[in-house]
Design a protein around this ligand. Structure first.
Ligand code: ASP
Ligand code: MG
Length: 455
């Protein structure tokens, strides 16, 4: 069994959706996971917010715009009258339901219900299209099996039991289509896996069906070794370990949802990132933890706030960091990076909605400073602690850029630097040139290597 996930742009117009039908041809049993057609989830969120703010006329206009988009979509997708009319019925049904929310006092559950329409529509239309070209398929309703536990994590036992039960009931079928992103919470209410969560759906499904591989299809040739928006001549990385991929996903490589690596890593299922616009390109394969002793990629994450707490009370004290972190826990704000000295601690957060409250609470421990508009530059690779030279290479590359914080050794896969966001592009480019360009120093001096040579 294979799992193939296609993102919003991969089904973003009727021609693309038809291409997907070509890509998924396979002898092996396949589950296709789809996102909403690109722009749809944003539009639905806007509609939900309009209704919430009692801007009913605007919401009504937005619903009509979205409906028109789908009515045009199906004209191009189906070229025979019978299928077109059936597709029109599908679109009509969803938009009649959507319009009903205009007269409701809207709750979070209603918003979550509205947000399911994107994936429900894309999968229904795609399934219908496949049938119209003679490709048998079964549509699986993600809300029947995709479920979260009360801590917000996927309920793997439930998902495995329910999904495998459903799959077994279609023992003859070879092709299944289902929705990414949407799920139920522990109360059984409609919920979702957060924006971009379809990748996570795909790897959760891959895990519970013990897939031979999970493919994630987007509109870029796999993971690049730097951000192509800011740096020229970036290249696709052919292979990444799960840990490297997880670091990159979290720190900025937008191609992958940060949480989606773990479910495939747990079962050692290869995760392959491919490009719908360029299907013959090999993309990036994420697999195993083979040591490569290499710097693989550079990525950046913006919108970072650095908070620095200086306190004489920290000197030789224990329990100080716990008290500091408790404050972040109270506001449910994750801390990304941390560096400490004997009398101060600097840390970063990327959610600054409670920043002023957090700062006020921290002030009881000492002097507090904060700086917004910072970026974390993350250099990812295989940095075994016994190898030498990584930090030297990185710091040489950014020697002309003010560095606010450095973190190394937290994992074997990451060196992180905090710079002011206005210096980000310069940092990405200098790192690219020094680490991957013609002037790069190839190979890292390594204890392991010298031991091998000594033998
Ligand atoms: N449709 C959802 C979003 O736009 C989920 C996804 O595409 O992964 O965030
Ligand atoms: Mg995505």
């Amino acid at each position: 069994m294979k799992v193939l996930k296609f993102g919003g742009t991969s089904v973003g117009n009727p021609q693309m959706m038809k291409n997907v039908a070509n890509i998924i041809k396979s002898k092996e049993k396949t589950i296709v996971v789809l996102s909403a057609v690109s722009g749809t989830t944003d539009a639905l969120l806007k509609i939900a917010r309009n209704i919430q703010n009692s801007e009913i006329v605007i919401a009504g206009i937005e619903i009509e715009k979205l409906e028109n988009f789908y009515l045009h979509f199906i004209i191009e997708l189906f070229n025979d009258k019978e299928n077109y009319l059936e597709a029109m019925k599908i679109v009509d049904e969803y938009f009649v339901s959507l319009n009903k929310y205009l007269s409701l006092k809207i709750s979070q559950i209603h918003i979550n219900e509205i947000l399911t329409f994107g994936e429900l529509l894309s999968t229904k239309l795609f399934g219908k299209y496949l049938s119209s070209i003679g490709v048998d398929n079964e549509l699986l309703f993600a809300l029947d099996f995709m479920k979260l536990k009360s801590n917000g994590e996927p309920d793997f036992n439930f998902i495995s039991e329910e999904l495998n039960k459903i799959l077994n009931s279609f023992s003859e079928s070879k092709l299944f289509v289902t929705q990414g992103y949407i799920c139920r919470n522990s109360f059984g209410e409609t919920d979702n896996l957060k924006r971009g969560g379809s990748d996570f759906s795909a790897t959760i499904i891959g895990n519970v069906v013990n897939a031979s591989q999970v493919q994630i299809w987007t509109d870029i040739d796999g993971v690049h070794n730097n951000d192509p928006r800011y740096v020229e001549n970036t290249e696709t990385i052919k292979e990444l370990s799960y840990s490297e991929a997880a670091e990159l996903a979290y720190f900025g490589a937008k191609i992958l949802h940060p949480t989606c690596v773990h479910p495939v890593q747990a079962k050692k299922i290869p995760l392959i990132l491919k490009n719908t616009m360029n299907p013959s390109s090999k993309g990036t394969t994420i697999f195993s933890e083979v040591r490569t002793d290499k710097i693989k990629a550079v990525a950046a994450k913006d919108g970072i706030t650095v908070i620095k707490i200086r306190s004489a009370g920290m000197l030789n004290a224990y329990g100080f960091l716990r008290k500091v972190f408790e404050i972040f826990e109270n506001y449910k704000v994750p801390v990304d990076m941390i560096t400490t000295s004997e009398v101060s601690v600097s840390l970063t957060i990327d959610n600054s909605s409670d920043l002023l409250n957090i700062v006020a609470d921290l002030m009881k421990f000492g002097h507090v400073e904060y700086e917004q508009n910072q970026s974390i530059i993350c250099v990812v690779g295989d940095f075994l602690a016994t190898n030498r030279g990584y930090i030297a290479k990185v710091s040489q590359a950014v020697k002309d850029i003010p560095i606010r914080m450095v973190s190394y050794g937290g994992s074997d896969n990451n060196i992180s630097l905090v710079v002011c966001s206005k210096n980000k592009i310069q940092a990405l480019n200098s790192l690219h040139e020094k680490l991957f360009g013609n002037n790069s120093v190839v190979g890292i001096e390594s204890f392991q290597l010298s031991e091998v040579q000594a033998n």
